[in-house]
Design a protein around this ligand. Structure first.
Ligand SMILES: *[C@@H]1O[C@H](CO)[C@@H](O)[C@H](O)[C@H]1NC(C)=O
Ligand SMILES: *[C@@H]1O[C@H](CO)[C@@H](O)[C@H](O)[C@H]1NC(C)=O
Ligand SMILES: *[C@@H]1O[C@H](CO)[C@@H](O)[C@H](O)[C@H]1NC(C)=O
Ligand SMILES: *[C@@H]1O[C@H](CO)[C@@H](O)[C@H](O)[C@H]1NC(C)=O
Ligand SMILES: *[C@@H]1O[C@H](CO)[C@@H](O)[C@H](O)[C@H]1NC(C)=O
Ligand SMILES: *[C@@H]1O[C@H](CO)[C@@H](O)[C@H](O)[C@H]1NC(C)=O
Length: 402
């Protein structure tokens, strides 16, 4: 079987995870991410003594998303009314639990709660706490008929509207990876900007042309239409049977060295605690849709940040033009304060692509932090992310209160 570019991208992510599994937890069984969802509050927050509340938010297109709130810190007083709300949005193939992998003094939600913020944690459609819909089941193809366009248009707006309504205040936003792209896309269309006070973006992803992996090149040559025909509109679950079959095929393909792919995919994370990685792997990866991957592959190949490309004739019907409309990132309101933190070792959020993004934001109010040692995952659960990055995020939020 000829492997298309997209197949390689899939296989790459899968291999990354598989290698970690093989290296770190040889005795664990697959499929834990399909275990019945005990609430995130119970599993990750209350065990550390923090108060935590579970919510469900329904998007305009019917997805029912899990949302959690840590209304106060361990030692802060009871009234959450005047605390500034902050929303944390995770990236692809993980869920809200990724923020809670490290100990309370190292993880972002609890640090912010202890500093007096009212902390909300989002969970993207398709991940373990967000697999319900008003009329569809995850077993149906139609349940997975979305890409990051819908995450920007529906998931993000549903959650931000909800928190804004509940708290009566503008939100502070923190996104990682895909959680940055969907925010940038929404803001560029003028959406949600009246409800967001400021936004911190870790490992920002917008342009992906320099994705520093051998896989990036494969993706650039991929034939998207064939890929979607091959995979169908479906759930993409790294721990499922189709992905496992892919791994076997991909590893057997000439020129693919499965072992090297571990570092080749995300970059060399400097600062992960081995026991935290173990805990991470017990909880992730989470599912996404094949269509979301196809859309990301288009972003890599086309060098623009645009809506999903359905091909000329369908684009004509959907968008009234043969090419999908771009998200013009220069149109993000200039007075919306942004904090960007990116890593020198991050192969997914490449420094040249981040520079391209920053060029689009030249006239904007942007605070930039470059962390030479950090790769993609270090921003979420690096042992010293709290000292290096979160302290700066706190300062950024405090300096942009009004
Ligand atoms: C909360 O207060 C207790 C008792 O004063 C103290 O032991 C603990 O370290 C404090 N925790 C935090 C996160 O400030
Ligand atoms: C996915 O949605 C599009 C419209 O957004 C529709 O044309 C297509 O038939 C849907 N595909 C599936 C498999 O549901
Ligand atoms: C972060 O922690 C790692 C591992 O403990 C260490 O090697 C590195 O020097 C630390 N980085 C900074 C900037 O403190
Ligand atoms: C790594 O994680 C373990 C278990 O949570 C913890 O005991 C240890 O202190 C952590 N190490 C660092 C450097 O944070
Ligand atoms: C789509 O349109 C472009 C020009 O806008 C053309 O180069 C390309 O060949 C077309 N593709 C198909 C599949 O018709
Ligand atoms: C994006 O918007 C800026 C300012 O509004 C404009 O100057 C630029 O031409 C636009 N770019 C594209 C590709 O449309």
């Amino acid at each position: 079987m000829a492997l298309h570019g997209l197949s390689m991208l899939f296989a790459g992510f899968a291999l990354f995870i598989l290698n970690l599994l093989l290296m770190l937890m040889p005795h664990h069984a697959y499929g834990q991410n399909n275990a019945p969802a005990v609430g995130l509050c119970d599993s990750f927050v209350r065990i550390h003594g923090y108060e935590c509340d579970e919510f469900q938010v329904t998007t305009q297109d019917g997805y029912i998303l899990g949302l959690q709130r840590i209304p106060k810190g361990l030692n802060t007083s009871g009234d959450s009314a005047n605390k500034p709300p902050v929303l944390l949005q995770h990236g692809i193939l993980v869920d809200g639990a990724c923020w809670l992998i490290n100990a309370p003094e190292q993880n972002l939600p609890m640090i912010l709660a202890d500093k007096g913020f009212d902390v909300w944690i989002a969970n993207t459609r398709g991940t373990r706490f967000s697999r319900q819909h008003t009329s569809l089941q995850p077993s149906q193809s139609e349940f997975w008929n979305w890409s990051w366009d819908e995450l920007a248009a529906y998931d993000l707006s549903a959650v931000i509207d909800y928190v804004h309504e509940q708290t009566g205040q503008k939100l502070r936003y923190v996104g990682h990876s895909l959680g940055t792209l969907i925010a940038l896309a929404s803001f560029s269309e003028g959406l949600l900007v009246d409800k967001v006070q400021s936004a911190a973006l870790f490992s920002p992803i917008a342009y992906l042309s320099h994705l520093k992996t051998a896989l990036g090149n494969f993706v650039a040559r991929s034939f998207v239409a064939e890929d979607i025909a091959f995979f169908g509109i479906a759930e993409f679950n790294l721990l499922g049977e189709p992905a496992k079959r892919f791994l076997e095929t991909a590893c057997a393909a000439p020129g693919v060295d499965c072992f090297d792919l571990l570092n080749a995919i995300t970059g060399k994370n400097c600062c992960l605690n081995a026991s935290a990685v173990d805990f991470f792997l017990e909880n992730e990866p989470q599912s996404t849709s094949t269509k979301n991957f196809v859309h990301l592959a288009q972003t890599v190949r086309d060098g623009v940040v645009a809506k999903y490309n359905y091909g000329n004739s369908t684009n004509m019907i959907r968008y009234g033009a043969s090419k999908p409309p771009i998200y013009n990132l220069s149109n993000i309101p200039q007075n919306l304060p942004l904090f960007l933190s990116y890593g020198g070792q991050d192969d997914l959020s490449d420094t040249q692509d981040v520079q391209h993004l920053l060029d689009n934001l030249q006239s904007h109010d942007v605070t930039v932090q470059f962390v030479e040692d950090f790769a993609h995952a270090d921003f979420v659960f690096g042992v010293n992310a709290s000292d290096i990055v979160y302290s700066q995020v706190y300062n950024f939020f405090v300096n942009h209160q009004y």
